[in-house]
Design a protein around this ligand. Sequence first.
Ligand SMILES: [Zn+2]
Length: 185
Amino acid sequence: MDSGIDLLNSNPGLFNAVINYPAVCLPLLDTAFVEIMTDLEKLSQDDDILIAKANAHVRISNLPQVPAYFRTSIPTSDDVGKLVSVTATVTRSGPVNMVVEMRMYECPKCHGTFPVRADVDRNCQIVPPVVCMANEIPGCKATKFKLIPDDQAHQATMPLRSYQEIKIQEQVNKLSLGTISFSFY
Ligand SMILES: [Zn+2]
């Protein structure tokens, strides 16, 4: 967990990148976080104190209280794909589901491998790739890819993440007079 205010003060460029392109930046921060933990574990004299976790994530909390990032109203279509903080009341919550976060695919033409992450816009399902993202050969034209590892036992060890659908409602005391309180899934 990292404070958005601390991140803005220490590295405004990185803060803006995370706010505007979270789908790209948060996985990169996850990778950097795991690499830092692994380096610290190697430097540690005592093996029991520092143990690197492979399935760890960076979360940004405490965003600066300015309208660009911090809202008391339902986000609009302009906010799609951006990181915003919303203060609202949770009026309904669905079950917590576990979904596979990422799967690796192998290209039959260039033999490169690449990850495909769960798509939040499609109920966190992993959409099978239709273009090669391995970057082994520029312009690789493969359209079908092999899931690796493809046996069920290995698939059971794939990284999981929890996923929950909630309904939120704007808080009436935070709205201007005469404004209707909207809700949002
Ligand atoms: Zn390929």
